[in-house]
Design a protein around this ligand. Structure first.
Ligand code: NAP
Length: 313
């Protein structure tokens, strides 16, 4: 198999990967962005982004990442979609990236592979996935017009989901295992302005149904009381798990939860390998922070590859 040679290969085309693509290509690096699905990442599934600078009226995640994708291509980076990253080999001087279609060599690699949705692990969740159990409100919300749904979680994603569903469905409940939310204040205010009934100290124990979801079993963690509730849909929004397995297998250091450990210059423990965005240990997972980390990573990749006189290793 022929091996293609690139200066910079970026794994993942979410906001971090696309930004790294823009900066890599504009700095003169021959830049390839590899994406397992289509460009956009999880950000594309966010119904409304209200906190990305420059869009005070809000913008849909899809529109925002489409603009980033166009920008990345116009900057000169090549984006290859539907190509799955399967192996990274950093033992040689060049970094070797294998996908399900080809083998590439690169001077530098930026891992921007993001996260996938965390599952609850309760009975019925796997069996009824796609039959009333959903992890993507934007994708599946329209199927629940006029129906009863419950959102599980207490972070920003759960609140954004509940607000979006309140505009589509007849009855939205939000179940959170604590007595307070961890979402940002502006979103919590929006939630309360909508007709969303918050079930505090409530854990989901089981999802019931046959060909589709019919109801849930909930437990009050304070009183131990169990109750059943009829719902048509369950939106699970309980955080994320980093897509770092292949990097880990290549020897990239990750923390106990699997997030890639980077320094303030986005360097991993392996030379020429950088990481940016939600897959890293960065404590704030926002599009803005992912974009900032990607700019640093691409600038470092340029310095490492071209060794300009001002670059300090
Ligand atoms: P998150 O901030 O980690 O929140 C996850 C929520 O799920 C927490 O409230 C957590 O409860 C709960 N949870 C976790 N495991 C659970 C379990 N087994 N059973 C019941 N509840 C469980 O994750 P996220 O909301 O998915 O967001 C992911 C990242 O994207 C965050 O950094 C978030 O800020 C960012 N994001 C930002 C925006 C925005 O700014 N508009 C929108 C979406 C996402 P505890 O609170 O008890 O831990």
């Amino acid at each position: 198999m022929r091996m293609e040679s690139w200066d910079l290969i970026i794994i993942g085309a979410g906001p971090a990967g696309l930004t790294a693509g823009i900066y890599g290509a504009r700095s003169g690096l021959k830049t390839l962005v590899l994406e397992e699905k289509t460009p956009g990442g999880a950000a594309a599934e966010t119904p409304l982004v209200e906190n990305y600078p420059g869009f005070s009226g809000g913008i849909s995640g899809r529109d925002l990442v489409d603009k980033m994708t166009e920008h990345c291509r116009k900057a000169g980076a090549e984006i290859r979609q539907l190509e799955r990253f399967i192996e990274l080999n950093v033992k040689d001087e060049r970094r070797i990236v294998k996908t399900d279609r080809a083998t590439y060599s690169a001077s530098a690699v930026i891992i921007a592979s993001g996260c996938h949705y965390r599952e609850l692990g309760v009975p019925g969740e796997k069996e009824l996935r796609g039959r009333g159990v959903s992890y993507c409100t934007l994708c599946d919300g329209p199927f629940f017009k006029g129906k009863k749904v419950i959102v599980i979680g207490g972070g920003n994603a759960a609140i954004v989901s509940a607000i979006h569903l309140a505009n589509l469905t007849s009855d939205v409940k939000l179940a959170h295992r604590r007595s307070q939310l961890r979402a940002e204040e502006a979103l919590v205010k929006d939630l309360h302005a909508q007709k969303v009934n918050v079930l505090w100290n409530t854990e989901l124990k089981e999802i019931r149904g046959d060909v589709k979801v019919k109801g849930v079993v909930l437990v009050n963690s304070k009183t131990g009381e169990t109750r059943e509730m009829d719902v048509d849909g369950v939106f699970v929004q309980v955080g994320e798990v980093p897509n770092s397995q292949i990097a880990k297998e290549a020897g990239v250091e990750v923390d106990k939860d699997g997030y890639i450990i980077v320094d303030s210059r986005q360097r991993t423990n392996l030379s020429g390998v950088y990481a940016a965005g939600d897959v890293t240990t960065s404590p704030v997972k926002q599009m803005g922070t992912a974009v900032g980390q990607a700019i640093i990573a691409a600038t470092e990749a340029f310095g490492y590859t071209k060794q300009p006189y001002y670059y300090k290793a």
